[in-house]
Write a new protein. Sequence first.
Length: 146
Amino acid sequence: MAKIPFIYDIRVGWADCDPALIAYTGRLPCFALEAIDAWWEEHIGYDWYRLNIDQNVGTPFVHLDLDFLSPVTPRHVLNCEVRLRKLGEKSVTFQVIGRQNSIDCFSGNFVSVFVVADAFKSRKAPEDIRSIIEPLLIEDEGSSPD
């Protein structure tokens, strides 16, 4: 069964751009993180701030990689597709694909771990969160179900 992708739209502004008139390199991970934050809020009802403060669940990042495919500019809305790729015992992996005008501009992987926020100690993914997000896992296009 196909899953509906989560798309978060970002208006890229003049202040996001460098002298070459494209988005600063450092803004692209920021755009992706903004989209992941919106994914959390959409699916579990908490953004990162409320997840940390109200639920005492932190998800600091331990890895990210980003491939640059086409320049991002203020000319079009940036559509960031967030895909949950892996849910481990203590970690979660997202892929974010940024597109403008149906052209892939960047693709990245973002891995974070679950921690007790106020103690910053490792923990398993909370069962209430796991039960909500596990069905949202999106398989690689090339893989087939077992």
